[in-house]
Write a protein that binds this ligand. Structure first.
Ligand code: CO
Length: 158
């Protein structure tokens, strides 16, 4: 009986640990229709570091339909997208060493995934942040809201 209880307690601790670790990790998908599967991502202010994984279950290659996941202040999104066009394909349509870019994954095509980890030290609760894709023409449909300072949640697109 004692052993059973200990095993049960151990399982509970493992589960609780996993839940805490997961709360700073989020996953999002992109697809061949130039969409993300989520329109809002929320992470708690208790996350010193956040890990975002972008996965593309589509069929089109990165050359044809590549996507990235870029995080910035909402007000900086347009400028970063424009700077990304200027940077061109060789730079992954992302301005290099641009301090406005808070986090960015590499570009993924169908069947690929990319993960980025970033510190939340520069994020402010209540500030408006956006995530978006910098591939040419994509941000019009591929963008969403990033909320720092609430419970972990990935709100799926309709
Ligand atoms: Co895209």
């Amino acid at each position: 009986m004692t052993r059973l209880l200990l095993v049960a307690a151990g399982l509970w601790l493992l589960t609780a640990g996993a839940a805490r670790a997961e709360s700073c990790q989020v996953a999002i998908e992109s697809n061949d229709l130039m969409r993300y599967n989520a329109h809002e991502i929320t992470v708690p202010a208790s996350c010193a570091e956040v890990e975002v994984t972008l996965k593309d279950p589509g069929n089109l290659s990165a050359q044809v339909m590549g996507h990235d996941w870029v995080l910035a202040r909402d007000a900086d999104m347009s400028a970063i997208v424009n700077a990304g066009q200027a940077a061109g394909r060789a730079q992954g349509y992302l301005p290099q060493h641009d301090p406005r870019v808070i986090a960015a994954t590499g570009i993924v095509g169908g069947g690929e995934s990319a993960t980025v980890s970033f510190s939340t030290a520069t994020l402010t609760a209540g500030e408006r942040y956006a995530f978006f894709c910098t591939a040419p023409g994509h941000a019009a449909t591929m963008h969403g809201r990033f909320v720092f300072g609430a419970g972990t949640r990935v709100a799926l697109a309709k």
